[in-house]
Design a protein around this ligand. Structure first.
Ligand code: FDA
Length: 313
């Protein structure tokens, strides 16, 4: 119930505008958001790189409804890709299609993402298209497939699949066959039982099934697995994966664990020590509100945690 409450709040425009402008809101969000500026995000990236952790940079923003705003958002990504190249960061970028205008012009969003992926290819980096709610699932996958098939962009763009969706098993096969890199997560949006498994047990079971498939599938032309990101903080699932790696002799270089900035930092570091690839998703920027609310939805206990820290400081 609390999950639905926070997800509903995440789309409340009035509360969003009030919170994003308030200094109290910014202070609360700093637990999960690396700062308001590109420089702050790059500094967080460099600090994590020094600890052996790769990053994915996310300039926060979604549901943009005019072209100027979409172009402004994309310019920030080009700035990030330039910095990744010149500073030699172990980093890529994560982008939401609704931030690039998908809600009002899919053609605009696609042209923006093509330019971004071309830039990433030149910078020897990668663009991850985040997955949003089910009205966009098929369109997101199709767009990524088209961009991935363009000359010179193989392996430079990938997307995210959510284990709470019934369709994800088929989507996994579809993307693996094309050699498209997948980030597997559980899913953060509110979806009905017509699209998503209603119980956590089923979502988790599907996650384990899909991660096993992704890390053992050998792409016929590549002759190796398609590199994948296992995005979860669920220790039980991570332990299962570690056992699976040992049992199946899976190369550690064929996948990485991915976690969100500020969440389970202890686990991020211990996995690095054990020799696993770890990538941290670094969100930053003034439009932090919907992202922050989804983090509270995942773990309502975070509200107490934040409140305690707030009054301690
Ligand atoms: P689960 O929610 O089952 O939690 C397991 C344990 O993890 C908890 O008991 C707690 O210990 C810890 N934990 C989880 N969330 C926490 C939080 N917010 N605060 C503190 N502890 C927490 N979703 C999506 O729909 N589209 C996308 O593109 C992405 N992208 C993405 C990238 C990366 C790198 C990550 C890690 C996650 C996403 N997600 C996402 C979000 C994802 O779908 C999911 O909502 C969260 O990762 C929470 O699920 P867990 O797998 O962590 O497990």
């Amino acid at each position: 119930m609390l999950r639905s409450f926070f997800i509903a709040l995440s789309t409340n425009a009035g509360l969003r505008s009030f919170s994003e402008k308030s200094s109290l809101g910014r202070k609360m969000s700093s637990r999960f958001v690396a700062g308001m500026t590109v420089e702050e995000a790059l500094a967080a990236a460099a600090a994590l790189n020094r600890e052996g952790i790769a990053v994915s940079l996310d300039s926060l923003g979604e549901s943009v409804n005019d072209e100027a705003h979409a172009r402004h958002s994309s310019a920030i990504y080009h700035q990030l890709l330039d910095a990744i190249e010149t500073r030699g960061l172990n980093a890529n970028v994560s982008v939401k299609l609704t931030q690039m205008g998908m809600d009002f012009s899919p053609a605009l969003a696609e042209s923006i993402v093509i330019e971004m992926v071309e830039h990433a290819a030149k910078a020897d980096s990668f663009v991850r298209v985040d997955m949003e709610g089910t009205p966009l699932t098929e369109a997101t996958i199709q767009m990524v497939e088209r961009i991935h098939a363009r000359p010179g962009l193989f392996g430079r763009v990938g997307t995210v699949l959510q284990s709470y969706l019934y369709r994800t098993e088929a989507d996994t096969e579809r993307l693996l066959k094309q050699g498209i890199r997948i980030r597997l997560c559980k899913g953060a949006y509110k979806e009905g039982p017509e699209h998503a498994f209603p119980s956590k047990i089923e979502v988790d079971r599907n996650y384990i099934k899909l991660m096993s498939r992704m890390t053992t599938y050998v792409h016929p032309e590549l002759g190796r697995p398609v590199f994948c990101g296992l995005a979860t903080h669920d220790e039980r699932i991570i332990d299962t994966m570690i056992r699976f790696v040992q049992q199946q002799g899976i190369l550690k270089s064929s996948f990485e664990f991915q976690m969100l900035y500020g969440i389970r930092r202890d686990l991020q570091r211990s996995l690095v020590k054990e020799g696993f690839g770890v990538r941290v998703y670094i969100p930053f920027g003034a439009e932090w509100y919907p992202y922050f609310m989804r983090r509270l939805a995942e773990r309502p206990a975070n509200v107490l945690f934040l409140a305690r820290n707030f009054f301690k400081n």
